[in-house]
Design a protein around this ligand. Structure first.
Ligand code: TPP
Ligand code: MG
Length: 415
């Protein structure tokens, strides 16, 4: 008698990778080379520091064995601590009903700040929700950053017409965030194309387009990668870096539901781009990879897609409660891989920072945020008549009528 064939099993939906699984993979395979089709660069995760902040494989040919000076590491740490303090304060403020919305970058400070630090000020940035810290790192005033969140008269970026966190600065080449996912990608391709037409290799300004893992499922992502590969003005690659912070969640959708590909960096290969995966919680690794990628595209090399592997340890935004859809035990494992702890442990090991020095930094930024916030809360809201500005050179009749009506209502309200 033959045994009945076993009933086919439904495919199991892949469980989110545990931090332990990811750590297994996070061995340092050596510095990735920026070559199209380099399987190892796209699948293994490049890192410099282990979770304790020790250099995994010091390279005697490089400054400090890491390729990053203490001054650079300290500059990144300062901005990362500032971002953490600021985000914590903003979340508290939202809970108190003093601001409407906030999207924090908690746990992603290395992925944000180190990527920004690797660029030059002449380089353009098309940011997504987690990259506001790059603007601050470039010198965007905290007062203006907070004014945008309050939408007050000093909100020079968006004049109170946008949601909070939509900062932008022409002077800093930091393009105002669009909430619409993945728009950064084709826009960055266009900006990079303009750079390629206006500037000569090998020292061209570049453009960074940043998105999250969820945005890789948008059509715009694929359109942008196609153009990034095929557009070769003057026979050179575009000066373009496509940067994906893979924090493993898109609100409540895990990255395993975005793609069956083993990594997001692998997607670069299908479009003829260079793909590199880096530990997004390791500021030194992000800085090194992004600097090398920047150098590569300034010279005219093929555009690079960098996937920074990290985790969204907090909520998506102040409108979200992650405990309703994910296992927070996994989150706690990632909290143990905190990028600020790791970088500060490294700097302490080098004698470039003390525990007291770190605490002083924290307190200094806490004071800065509180003082600036107290000032910003006193700034008047945007004047109502600005509703009618900036769209029409000549206000159409129906808007003129509405403006007159508004003025009458305002006069009546003033008594
Ligand atoms: C085209 C589009 N669809 C849906 C949304 C609503 N939405 C806002 S953020 C978000 C998830 C973004 O996830 P991800 O790209 O991983 O970035 P993260 O927030 O994790 O940094 C969604 C679905 C949107 N803003 N734009
Ligand atoms: Mg995400």
């Amino acid at each position: 008698m033959t045994q009945p064939a076993p009933a086919p099993q439904p495919p199991s939906s892949a469980a989110p990778p545990s931090a332990a699984d990811e750590l297994q993979q996070l061995t340092s395979p050596g510095f990735p080379s920026f070559v199209v089709g380099n399987q190892e660069a796209m699948t293994r995760c490049f890192r410099v520091l282990n979770p304790q902040g020790e250099v995994i494989a010091p390279d005697p040919g490089l400054e400090n064995g890491t390729g990053v000076s203490d001054a650079d590491a300290l500059a990144m740490l300062r901005s990362m601590v500032r971002q953490r303090v600021l985000d914590e304060r903003m979340l508290a403020l939202q809970r108190q009903g003093r601001i409407g919305f906030y999207g924090a970058a908690t746990g992603q400070e290395a992925g944000t700040i180190a990527a920004g630090h690797a660029l030059q000020l002449r380089d353009w940035v098309h940011p997504a929700l987690r990259e506001g810290g790059i603007a601050l790192h470039r010198g965007y005033p905290l007062r203006t950053y907070l004014s945008q969140i309050f939408g007050n008269r000093e909100d020079t970026s968006t004049k109170g017409r946008q949601m909070p966190c939509h900062y932008g600065s022409k002077e800093l080449n930091f393009v105002t965030l669009s909430s619409v996912m993945a728009t950064q990608m084709p826009q960055a391709v266009g900006t990079a194309y303009a750079m390629a037409l206006k500037h000569e290799a090998p020292d061209r300004p570049l453009c960074l387009g940043a998105i999250g893992d969820g945005a890789t499922s948008e059509g715009d992502f694929h359109v942008a990668l196609t153009f990034a590969g095929v557009m070769r003005p003057r026979g050179l690659g575009l000066p373009l870096l496509l940067y994906v912070q893979n924090n493993q969640w898109a609100i409540s959708t895990p990255v395993e539901k975005q793609t069956a590909a083993p990594t997001l960096a692998l997607k670069a290969h299908g479009y003829g781009l260079v793909g590199v995966r880096v530990d997004g919680n390791d500021a030194l690794a992000v800085c090194r990879v992004m600097r090398a990628a920047a150098d590569h595209v300034r010279r005219g090399g093929t555009p690079v897609l960098v996937e920074a592997l990290t985790y969204r340890v907090g909520a998506h935004s102040t409108s979200d409660d992650p405990s309703r859809y994910r296992d927070e035990a996994v989150t706690r494992q990632w909290v143990a891989l905190d990028p600020i702890d790791r970088l500060s442990a490294y700097l302490r090991g080098r004698g470039a920072l003390t525990a007291a020095g770190l605490e002083e930094l924290r307190q200094g930024y806490d004071e800065e945020v509180r003082t600036t916030l107290a000032e910003v809360e006193q700034i008047a809201p945007v004047a109502l008549q600005t509703l009618f500005e900036d769209v029409y050179a000549q206000l159409p009749a129906h808007l003129q009528a509405q403006q007159a009506e508004l003025e009458k209502l305002q006069a009546a309200a003033m008594g």
